[in-house]
Ligand binder design. Structure first.
Ligand code: GLP
Length: 242
């Protein structure tokens, strides 16, 4: 069941997402599922501003990130580990030991998938934040990923690597070819999910997620089976469903 919220601009989209985040963070020992990409950056800025001005604490918060590139080091400037520290973790009071991000730079990636899934099984994510890829991916679950997938290694689609080349000096050859990602079944265990999408280039993916057939061709369409998903959009991203 989707609750669709359409806001006028990116700041208002981020504000809507923050309202939901604030309620979750106010709980006793909240577990957050976090995403990278440009879509949640406004939300993370609001979390930092709220931490700074209202003293909202993240000392008891546990986080799990969706995914990580394979083949670049943890401290690479484009790793999702670096992204999360620069855009959120370094500016709030979350203990480093409460942060979980899959490793993309270890020798045995199959073992890392199993380890991460085991860690995930110990918790229930209270709020999962998602963006959506232009091809309908969530996390790095590319089209064709089975709905029952758990944490796994995935090749990245050409389209995804093109979309992300902007972070690698516009040079697609620098964009990693593989990633480790929470699976679709792992994501679906979250109690509550928010999807943030803005811009006309997301309109088709948003349509596929909300109105399209439920099919692995559009991985986000699995969310049609979840009973608590809020999709927060600007008018451009909502243009095919409004
Ligand atoms: C990336 C991430 C996703 C993200 C998506 C959209 O490749 N793996 O988690 O949601 O693509 O990114 P953006 O928000 O920058 O459009």
């Amino acid at each position: 069941m989707f609750n669709i919220v359409i806001a006028d601009d990116y700041d208002l989209v981020s504000r809507e997402a923050f309202k939901i985040m604030r309620n979750t963070v106010a709980k006793e020992n909240p577990v957050l599922g976090l995403a990278t990409g440009s879509s949640p950056i406004g939300l993370y800025k609001k979390m930092i501003a709220d931490h700074n001005s209202n003293g909202t604490s993240y000392k008891n918060v546990i986080t799990f990130n969706l995914d990580e590139y394979i083949g670049i080091e943890r401290n690479h400037e484009q790793s999702y580990y670096t992204f999360m520290h620069e855009n959120l973790f370094d500016s709030i009071d979350i203990p480093e030991t409460s942060i979980h991000i899959p490793h993309g730079d270890c020798g045995d990636m199959e073992a890392e998938c199993a380890r991460y899934e085991e860690e995930l099984k110990k918790v229930v994510i209270d709020l999962q934040v998602l963006g959506i890829g232009t091809d309908g991916h969530i996390g790095f679950n590319e089209p064709g990923t089975p709905f029952d997938s758990l944490t796994h290694i995935t090749p990245l689609e050409e389209q995804t690597r093109k979309d992300n080349a902007r972070f690698f000096e516009d040079d697609i050859s620098r964009v990693p070819t593989h990633a480790i990602t929470m699976g679709l079944a792992s994501i679906m265990r979250a109690k509550k999910i928010i999807v943030i999408a803005t811009g006309a280039n997301k309109a088709n993916a948003v349509y596929g997620m909300v109105k399209g057939p439920k099919t692995p061709d559009c991985p986000a369409s699995i969310l049609q089976d979840h009973d608590d998903v809020t999709v927060i959009l600007d008018h451009e991203a909502a243009s095919r469903i409004a």
